[in-house]
Design a protein around this ligand. Structure first.
Ligand SMILES: CC(=O)N[C@H]1[C@@H](OP(=O)(O)OP(=O)(O)OC[C@H]2O[C@@H](n3ccc(=O)[nH]c3=O)[C@H](O)[C@@H]2O)O[C@H](CO)[C@@H](O)[C@@H]1O
Ligand SMILES: C=C(OP(=O)(O)O)C(=O)O
Length: 422
């Protein structure tokens, strides 16, 4: 297995282009299942998760072509042959569950393997299931698969989510586009990826209002048509690279970055002493003077502080002056990076959903192991300012969500390389 070697070598300078959002693209791709006509996605990120979703869609009979070095995805679901999402693919990536709503809406039945938990938490699908059942689906769990059918078709309904789940909102939203009548999703997730999905569905002919608020209303239509849609900027990749100069010092412009995508995250950066400036091309981040200050962070659904930036933020706070508390409220087991940061000399105590980080002057390079996607990149960020060499193993987690990480970071002066497995 490949690993990444980083050597802390001082301030970073230059620009980093930010890719299209993994989590938006993973919801947009299954939207192809809703229409017989082609869907083209531009600004797609080049990631292993996107390849996994392509494989899943191809297993259902969809055609997926990757054009322009992977930045354009041409999808067609004209001749679907299967409505079964197999365990062998679903187990590799939880977002595979996003084919459930579209398949059910298009075919009136679907069998989707239950993804199961992952390193960060149990991640059940009860909200997806309850929402689709409210639309008239009958769903039962058999042999590890959710067997869903809607013998009389889907019918619009009032659905109030107990929690604003991103995936459940996406599955219900996609299914509702082809349901008869009006669907209202209350306490809907408000993430930019939901807004992006709604915009794409609208370009395909869906009637949707309220995306980006807690109440989404959908008027079902008989059919959706083809469309071309640009994937929204990846706010998590953006936040990750904004932390590179915050940790290592220097000034980096993140091209394509927008303040509104990461406003609550920027509030915390600024509170810690990082400077963030909007430019015509994106966001310029700099840290020029001295040590950063400790800040407390609580993760929350959008527009709150994203759980997907919590690990990376911890890497920054590991060397801030004072004691920071990080409260993780979305996933029950998302501090797996803490013991690895401790191996690098960080002072972190974890009690349940709270991590108490006492900033140290400097981290020291060490061999560390990534357990999930954001944990792996947090260790790379920590390595940027650590003394000596940090070797991050299990890089396949990183490949799920960060394209060209070595190229992007070495482009701003970091000493980083991928060490290929023998
Ligand atoms: C591919 C993708 O877009 N992944 C993102 C998506 O994941 P995902 O869509 O899985 O996240 P959710 O918003 O659904 O999950 C948030 C919380 O709700 C719980 N829950 C969710 C569904 C359900 O039916 N029942 C239930 O209890 C989960 O266990 C978790 O504790 O949003 C998360 C929260 O912003 C991000 O961290 C992930 O990167
Ligand atoms: C948790 C993440 O992804 P997924 O939902 O695909 O596991 C993530 O992107 O940080």
């Amino acid at each position: 297995m490949d690993s990444i070697m980083v050597t802390g070598n001082g301030p970073l300078r230059g620009e980093i282009p930010i890719a299209g959002a993994k989590n938006a693209c993973l919801a947009l791709m299954p939207a192809t299942l809703l229409s017989e006509e082609p869907l083209t996605l531009t600004n797609a990120p080049r990631l292993s998760d996107i390849k996994t979703m392509s494989t899943l869609l191809a297993s259902l009979g969809a055609e997926v072509s990757s054009l322009q070095d992977g930045q354009v995805l041409a999808l067609s679901s004209h001749d679907l042959t299967s409505s079964r999402a197999d365990y062998e693919i679903v187990r590799k990536m939880r977002a595979s569950n996003l084919v459930l709503g579209p398949l059910l809406a298009r075919f009136g039945h679907a069998e989707v393997s239950l993804p199961g938990g992952c390193a960060i938490g149990a991640r059940p699908m009860d909200l997806h299931q309850d929402g689709l059942e409210a639309l008239g689906a009958e769903i039962e769990l058999r042999d590890g698969y959710l067997h869903a059918k809607a013998p009389r078709g889907l019918k619009g309904a009032m659905i109030a989510l107990r929690f604003p789940s991103v995936g459940a909102t996406e599955n219900i939203l996609m299914a509702a586009t082809l349901a008869r009548g009006t669907t209202v999703i209350d306490n809907a997730a408000r993430e930019p990826e939901i807004v992006d999905l709604a915009r794409c569905l609208r370009a395909m002919g869906a009637q949707i209002e309220g995306e980006g608020t807690s109440r989404i209303e959908v008027q079902g239509v008989d059919r959706l048509h083809g469309a071309t849609h640009p994937v929204v900027t990846d706010r998590i990749e953006l936040g990750t690279y904004m932390l590179a100069p915050a940790i290592a010092g220097g000034e980096v412009e993140c091209l394509g970055g927008r303040r509104d995508l990461v406003a609550s995250f920027i509030d915390k950066l600024e509170e810690a002493g990082v400077s963030v400036e909007e430019t015509p091309r994106g966001l310029k981040v700099s840290r020029t003077n001295g040590r950063l200050s400790a800040v407390d962070v609580t993760t929350a659904p959008y527009p709150g502080f994203p759980t997907d930036l919590q690990a990376q933020m911890m890497a920054m706070l590991a060397t801030a002056d004072g004691v920071s508390e990080l409260h993780e409220t979305i996933f029950e087991n998302r501090f797996m990076h803490a013991p690895e940061l401790v191996r690098m000399g960080a002072d972190i105590e974890v009690h349940g959903g709270t991590a108490r980080v006492t900033g140290v002057e400097r981290l020291k390079g060490a061999p560390v192991m990534a357990t999930d996607l954001r944990a792996s990149v947090s260790l790379i960020l920590a390595g940027l300012a650590a003394e000596g060499e940090t070797v991050v193993s299990r890089v396949y987690h990183l490949d799920r969500g960060y394209e060209h990480v070595v190229r992007k970071l070495s482009g701003v002066g970091a000493k980083i390389e991928r060490v290929r497995a023998q």
